[in-house]
Design a binder for this molecule. Sequence first.
Ligand code: AMP
Length: 292
Amino acid sequence: MLEVRVFSGEPRFMNTITSLEEMQKIALELHKKNKSIGFIPTMGALHEGHLQLVRESKKVNDITVASIFINPKQFGPNEDLTKYPRPIEQDKKLLDVKGTDYLFYPNVDEIYPSNFQTSIAVDKVANILEGKSRPGHFDGMATVVLKLFNIISPTNVYFGQKDFQQCIIVRQMIKDLNLQIKFHTVSTVRDPDGLALSSRNIFLNTQEREQALSLYQSLLLAKKLIDDGNKSVELIKKEMKKYLKKYKLIRLDYIEICNPENLSPVKVVSKKAVILIAAFVGKTRLIDNIII
Ligand code: AMP
């Protein structure tokens, strides 16, 4: 049994746990000692966005656990599962330096043994936007997230606003299934020029990286139009599309303006709204959003 080190002031280092059973045991021990657990699920290839989630967790929890699991069930047949970056040694260092206590790093068979049969399907909020463009993606995501929650029994969980729909879906699942977990959304971390950090940005060449910026710029344009008093969703979308047309490497998937609580589409921007965008930049699919 691994020793559980929770006290500040001690020299500390991160424990990497690959066994599901062992992770569950550690979580149980921590709960017995009344320690709060902050949990950050990731797919690795970590950047400042992920590390911001770790920082938020460390502010309030006794113990911070991150997971790295590239979940095959949330990748479509034509998506980038095999290409997805896997710099595990670098990831471990980054998490360790930021004071993560445990990294849960299981392999695929540990999470999905051969006779695995269950899937979690969240309904309305998961079947639109990303769910429409990437069928099965959110079922895969919700299934693994619930499994991770059950293994780690977190007190608090931290997700990034960049994956806005994911936040809504996980929140809905927590509510619907009466999970005793507090959900936290952390603001999107961006490069200084505004590009939202993403593990997929490394696939962008110089030209694509430049043009990828137009996604956030189009969101800022929409914000300005709204700040200037424009309320018509149709007009705002039209202006965003016009702006994006200038960038030949951008292939827009969708722009939607939605109620940020439940993602229902809004026709007139009267109060809080979220503008969501998804586009291919060359072969790389990126998403971004802004709350108005
Ligand atoms: P991923 O590794 O892409 O599955 O992301 C793991 C977590 O990090 C998710 O909750 C993401 O929303 C979050 N995340 C990814 N990029 C960012 C970012 N730029 N800023 C804040 N959180 C992020």
